[in-house]
Design a protein around this ligand. Structure first.
Ligand SMILES: [Zn+2]
Length: 182
């Protein structure tokens, strides 16, 4: 075998050390410029995909966090008024009498829901900032998890929150610090 040849890692054919690609199967030759370029292109593609995913996650988080805080504040501010409206409805009054629900209880329920939504939205908003800055990965994961569990809208909403939590968890590599303990 000639000393100025090496072998294709794919098909085993002997190729010139100058060759960029195997003449038999077209695989870039190990150590060649063509191989380096292909690796770089693959890495660029992976970086782009992970950046796209980060953008999607932030988008989902923002369209949750801002309305959650706004609706939460709305509930807290209008708790008394909502209660008055409910207690003008004869069906509701009948229901309330059946279950011993007082106007004070109803008002505190609106307050409670409002504070839950505000807390949930605030957790997700802070986590969004972490994802945006690509810092405090663990904080982002934990706050998104708490934000998801505090969500009192629907089980479906909680499941989406848990999915986003998992996405952030699996995005650890794209965070600058990976973990706060390090
Ligand atoms: Zn080959």
């Amino acid at each position: 075998m000639e000393s100025n040849s090496k072998f294709c890692t794919q098909c085993g054919k002997a190729v010139s050390t100058e060759a960029q690609y195997c003449s038999e199967c077209g695989t870039p030759i190990a150590g060649s410029r063509a191989e380096a370029e292909r690796k770089q292109a693959l890495k660029d593609y992976e970086d782009m995909m992970s950046e796209n995913r980060r953008m999607w996650v932030m988008f989902l988080m923002i369209i949750y966090a801002i309305p959650a805080i706004i609706v939460g504040v709305y509930f807290v501010v209008n708790a008394a008024q909502f209660t008055d409206i409910l207690f003008q409805n004869s069906d509701f009054i009948a229901w309330a009498l059946t279950y011993d629900v007082t106007p004070a209880m109803t008002e505190s329920m609106f307050n409670y829901l409002g504070y839950l939504l505000i807390a949930s939205g605030a957790c997700v908003a802070i986590a969004t900032l972490c994802v945006f800055k690509r810092r405090y990965w663990l904080v982002a994961v934990v706050l998104t998890l708490i934000g998801s569990l505090l969500f009192c809208g629907s089980i479906f909403g909680v499941l989406i929150g848990l999915m986003v939590t998992w996405m952030i968890y699996s995005m650890r590599d794209s965070f600058i610090d990976g973990s706060i303990q390090e």
